[in-house]
Design a protein around this ligand. Structure first.
Ligand SMILES: [Mg+2]
Length: 106
């Protein structure tokens, strides 16, 4: 993962784009790229362009990783921390096979 961040930073710095990559702009860019990803699923009968899905997933991840780099987050560490939180929030015996939101369990 670290080598991917290094490649993203190198790409950014060679173009002197760091000044544009404020946390706010990176967060906005994540959502914009997520919208582009969602366009692939906009219409029920549209043919799926998996190549574009792949590119948009990469765009979302690139901005997420640049935001991690900005704050010094280790992506693997924060993902593992979140998985652990979700394991506590969504116990298997309570949620298995259900999509109900965590605060609506009885
Ligand atoms: Mg894109």
């Amino acid at each position: 993962m670290i080598s991917v961040i290094k490649a993203l930073v190198k790409f950014r710095d060679q173009r002197q784009w760091k000044k544009f990559h404020t946390p706010e702009n990176l967060a906005k860019s994540i959502i914009i790229e997520a919208g582009e990803l969602l366009e692939n699923f906009q219409w029920k009968n549209q043919a799926l362009d998996l190549e574009n899905v792949k590119e948009e997933v990469a765009d979302v991840m690139a901005y997420c990783l640049l935001l991690c780099e900005h704050y010094g987050f280790d992506p693997e560490v924060i993902l593992k921390e979140k998985i652990a939180k979700n394991e506590a929030k969504y116990p298997v015996e309570t949620v298995k096979g259900k999509s109900t939101k965590y605060n609506r369990y009885k």
